[in-house]
Design a protein around this ligand. Structure first.
Ligand code: DX5
Ligand code: ZN
Length: 213
């Protein structure tokens, strides 16, 4: 099981130092939340920020794009130093082609699924992905509550993964705490994203990451 802290809860005026601090604290991956003000209301960061952060750590950069037409930015994130690039199935009309383009660009392709979208949407392309990101909150903001019913969806996703693509990682994004994280892993998750939990932990980031593990 891997822990991927989300920079969404970090101090955005010092992201380089924040990335280095996560590496020091034992993170497996760093999760970047890219928002365009269209697919979700907030606007966060783009490829240039990822590129600058790349100088501060060696650990894999897990880039989650909450943007319309993600196909426009695949090369930019590759050049910026991303390792995985996860796109929402709801944000493109051509998810199969986008995943294929991401892989051909040399990145690991990920598919994200909103809490209100049926799992059947990703079934036809599950073999094309290295990562399935199960959103357990509606995307856009950190610090929200894990949505009821998410655990059943994770179990269903795990069964689908075991049948169609056993190498696929199942990443849980949104509302992860020690409790929901443990339940998610029991339900079949292999990667936990955590923003608020890591950044508000009373004993600091390392203790939060250790506790999730
Ligand atoms: C939400 C983002 C998440 C978010 C998780 O749109 O995709 O990565 O940062 O934050 P927490 O762990 O605070 O729910
Ligand atoms: Zn995310």
């Amino acid at each position: 099981m891997l822990v991927a802290p989300s920079l969404l809860s970090a101090d955005f005026s010092r992201l380089g130092e924040e990335v280095a601090a996560l590496e020091q604290a034992g993170a497996d991956w760093v999760h970047f939340d890219v928002m365009d003000g269209h697919f979700v209301p907030p606007i966060t960061i783009g490829p240039r920020t990822v590129e600058h952060c790349r100088r501060y750590a060696r650990l894999p950069f897990d880039v989650h794009v909450m943007i319309e037409n993600p196909e426009r930015y695949i090369e930019a994130f590759r050049d910026a130093g991303a390792n995985t690039l996860s796109v929402h199935v709801e944000a493109t009309r051509h998810i199969h082609r986008v995943l294929d383009t991401i892989r051909k660009a040399g990145l690991k392709p990920g598919i994200c699924l909103n809490p209100g979208s049926p799992l059947t949407l990703v079934e036809p392309v599950l073999k094309e992905a290295d990562l399935l990101v199960m959103m357990c909150v509606n995307p856009g903001w950190g610090g929200q509550t894990f949505i009821d019913g998410s655990l059943d969806r994770i179990k269903d996703a795990r069964a689908l993964r075991d049948r169609l693509n056993p190498a696929l990682d199942i990443e849980i994004d949104g509302g992860v705490t020690a409790e929901t994280g443990r339940q998610s892993v029991q339900a079949g998750a292999t990667v936990l994203v955590a923003g608020n939990f890591v950044y508000t932990h009373p004993r600091g980031k390392k203790a939060a990451i250790d506790q999730l593990r």
